[in-house]
Design a protein around this ligand. Sequence first.
Ligand code: ZN
Length: 293
Amino acid sequence: MFQSGYTMMHEHVTIDLSGVKKDPDCRLDCKDQTIEEFRALKELGVGNVLEVTNLGMGRDVDYIMDVARASGINILVCTGFYKEPFLPDYVYTSSEEELADLMVAEIEEGIGKSGVKASAIGEFGTSKGRMTDMERKVFRSCAMAARRTGRLVTTHTTLGTLGIEQADYLISMGLDPSRIVIGHMDLSNDIPLILRLLERGVSIGFDTVGKLDYAPDSFRLEALRAIFDKGFQDQVVLSMDITRKSHLKANGGLGYSYLFTSFVPYLMANGFTRQDVDRLLVDNPARLLGGDA
Ligand SMILES: [Zn+2]
């Protein structure tokens, strides 16, 4: 059940990209610490988290539900495929229809024997500055599944590249822009590009808050100002995109709660109101997901 409170729109409870990345830090499997952090999120007013780990990224629905139960947070799970080189082998050999059928089944019937149904399609994405043939195939099959189910699609851009191309491709396949979230656009470091993308009517994720090596939070502040000034404030959602062991507080990272304990206060110290913050963290997510959770 979709709960009241804040919603984080792009998170990973557990994820394993360590095989491809050859880095054990990319296997986020610290359940006890995650439960501790999620309990703190609940205290901070978080009601829902969209978990965007999918097939090929080490999605583990039982693990996710353990964290949901232990924390009281409603965690929504996704179906879909990520990007090259993280795609399962069968993505290469199956037809687009077969891939769409699999996603529709995970939405309508449930994931494996878990009984848990996927709420959204994502995060599927593109490589840095290019969309490979196989990524195009994934986009087409995800769009097919979205047309059949009406579910939200949520994407991954690599460092904010190809956001406009992703949006135009999905819209060209008949998707309603109001059911599309283009992810990681805060990493683009490019406000004019972000505004051009928003003109398409899609929503965007400022979903890597705290990834300061890639984009300082001062950029996120400045870009949000421009977005509000131009009247696009209904088209942005926020999240942290925690993916590594080292992102957790216990391991010296910022943790999931940084969004609420540091970033929101930073926005409010710089002219944003409580109502503005609620728009990004309550109203926009509820409109995008509330009907499907
Ligand atoms: Zn991503």
